[in-house]
Each structure stands twice: as C-alpha cells, then as structure tokens.
Design a protein around this ligand. Structure first.
Ligand code: ADP
Ligand code: MG
Length: 249
C-alpha cells in the first residue's frame, strides 16, 4: 500500500449501529502530504468515519491501514505515538493554564514526564513549545490563561496542542465549528499554511464549502454512509449527483 505514497488506506469499511448502516463499504487511500476534505450533509457519517480511523469505534467489517500497517481498532493513545493527530469538535484546553503551559502539557502527556525531564534539555523543550506557538499565531499571548482566549484562539491553541505531537497525519473534524466567517477564513488559512510547511497529510471535515474548495487537493463526498464522489475540487464542482444532492445546484 505504500508504493504510491499512500499514507492512510481504508478498505471496505462498514459500521453498523444496531441495524443502522452509518458507514457503508467506504474505501479510499490518501496520498502523503495532501489536503483532503470529507463533505456531506449532517448525519452522513463523517464523524463516525473519523472515529473508525482513530480507534474510537471498531468497524463492523473492513480495515484501516497506516503506512502499510494494519491499525484497525488500535486505541487513540497508541495512534498518536504512530504519528496520527486528531482534534475534536469541542474545545479541549486547560482553562487555568497559560497558553504556553497548555502546549507543554500536551508534550508531556505525549512523551511522558520522565523522558522530558531527563533526556531533553529544558531549553530544547522551551524552543519546541515556542515553535508551535509561532506556528499557530499565539506566541504573543503565551502567558495568557487559556480560559481568557477568544473561542477562535482556543481552537488555535488546540491545534497547537495536536501539532506538538508532531503528527504526519492530521485529522480535524470541523475545526471551524462555531467560528465567525472571519475566524473561519483565518483558521483555514492557518491550517493550510501549517500542513504545507510541515508536509502533514490532512483529512478534515468542514461545513464551509468555500473553505473546502479553496484549500483541498481532493474532496470526498459522503451521503448516508456511502462515498458518492471523490475527486479534485474541479471534479466535485462538475459532478451532477453532488450538485443535485448537496451543493443545491
Ligand atoms: P456527521 O458527522 O456526518 O454529521 P455522524 O457520523 O455523527 O454524522 O452520524 C452518522 C449517523 O450515525 C447518524 O445517523 C448518527 O445518529 C449515527 N451515530 C453516530 N454515532 C452513533 C452511535 N455511537 N450510536 C448510534 N448511532 C450513531
Ligand atoms: Mg460530525
């Protein structure tokens, strides 16, 4: 699966909740270093698909491979060690810790306190934290308690906490949920810049269709658990079925 630069590969994934088929025979591979969006109406199965990839759910049938290795049902904390980063729809920052401390907490949680204290210098730790803060545009607010940040900034911090784990594959489920149009635009721009700079493979879901079309190399369209289209933004824009059922054209 690795010969063509595939990083994540889903094979015939199906997820049943009772008798309800939330994901129906979904398969695709993601090329390394590309930006990929999953779109589809509410309830289409986008979050379920993410949960299957990240081991929060076990598929009823089918498999997930990462770098040619089977990761089907491998629990989330082990996936982060393999280089798969994920952020959630709700914000997950520690309100009373500063922005700086939040990033450090993420680093420590990932690597363990011991490794941090004894095998890496304090200066290196600080530099890594600062690099992440610069990346997400929060360097100037490093000493601010996270709870005092605006909602959009908290989401940026959350992204920073995920980046601190140095992922090669990043999964973002509605990273701009609850943001204003201006915040969404800024945030999408930031995400694009970061993943391009770091060569990260991105899979994300997003309601803002304009944002999706502006940054994606590839768009996957999910409807009632089934993949109904898969292609470049141009392909998707021209797809009659997508236009009819989703883009309202
Ligand atoms: P999306 O993220 O595209 O809005 P979801 O993946 O959240 O859609 O949901 C897809 C369908 O699966 C919905 O009908 C939802 O009710 C159902 N579903 C999701 N998670 C569960 C669960 N844990 N148990 C039962 N049904 C679920
Ligand atoms: Mg969802």
């Amino acid at each position: 699966a690795q010969t063509n630069g595939t990083c994540l590969e889903l094979t015939a994934l199906t997820k049943l909740f009772g008798g309800y088929r939330a994901i129906n025979n979904v398969g695709f591979g993601l090329q390394r270093g590309t930006i990929n969006a999953i779109i589809g109406p509410n309830g289409a199965g986008k979050s379920t698909l993410f949960n299957l990839i990240t081991g929060h759910y076990t598929p009823t049938t089918g498999a997930v491979q990462y770098d040619g290795r089977d990761i089907t049902g491998v629990p989330p904390h082990r996936l982060s060690k393999l280089g798969i980063g994920r952020s959630f729809q709700r914000t997950n920052v520690f309100a009373k810790l500063t922005v700086f401390e939040n990033i450090q907490a993420a680093l420590i949680a990932h690597r363990g306190l011991g490794s941090q204290m004894f095998s890496r210098s304090e200066a290196m730790f600080q530099r890594e934290t600062n690099d992440v803060l610069v990346s997400v545009g929060l360097f100037d607010g490093a000493d601010v308690p996270a709870g005092l940040l605006a909602y959009g900034e908290q989401k940026q911090l959350e992204l920073g906490m995920t980046l601190a784990l140095n992922p090669t594959l990043l999964l973002l489920d509605e990273p701009t949920a609850g943001m204003s149009t201006a915040e969404t635009e800024r945030s999408i721009d930031l995400i694009r810049r970061i993943v391009r700079e770091r060569g990260i493979t991105l899979l994300f879901t997003e309601h803002d269709i304009h944002a999706v079309f502006s940054i994606s190399d590839r768009i996957l369209v999910l409807e009632q658990g089934t993949l109904i289209a898969d292609g470049t933004p141009e392909d998707i824009r021209a797809n009659e079925q997508v236009k009819r059922s989703y883009l309202g054209g």
